[in-house]
Design a protein around this ligand. Structure first.
Ligand code: ZN
Length: 136
């Protein structure tokens, strides 16, 4: 897979505004963007830490993926996102390696990235997102 770096860490939160305040106050980080991704039923807030982002995720719908996650497991780390080059080829590679793909074709995520998720059942219990910033 050869990721170039950890693009972001996704953290599920119950209340985005409160979580943003906490990250700003306690960690001295500055939220540079809040974005709603209707497709995934989330509102997201971003912080930059070096070249890695922290992505806070608040569900806009209890039936959405983050809503279900919080009901089942509470707040906490939701996924780790690896930046890759050539996401389509990486997905084919993952499938060949026997990983379970949640997305067989990349879709648009927050920040205009092409993203795809790998099922935690095939990655040691961690939901992995691979993503690529396309210039177009
Ligand atoms: Zn993500």
């Amino acid at each position: 897979m050869n990721p170039t770096h950890i693009e972001h860490i996704g953290i599920a939160v119950a209340n985005l505004d409160e979580a943003v305040k906490l990250y700003e106050r306690c960690f001295g980080l500055k939220c540079y963007k809040v974005e709603e991704v209707t497709d995934q039923k989330v509102r997201t807030a971003f912080f930059m830490v070096g070249q890695t982002k922290i992505e806070l995720l608040e569900s806009t719908d209890p039936e959405g993926p983050i809503g279900k996650f919080i009901t089942k497991r509470g707040e906490g780390v939701h996924h780790i996102a690896f930046a890759v080059n050539g996401i389509e080829e990486k997905l084919k590679f993952a499938e060949k390696e026997g990983m379970r793909l949640i997305d067989h074709v990349p879709r648009k995520g927050a920040e205009g990235l092409d993203i795809a998720f790998l099922h935690p059942a095939s990655t040691g219990g961690v939901l992995i997102e691979i993503c690529e910033k396309k210039n177009s």
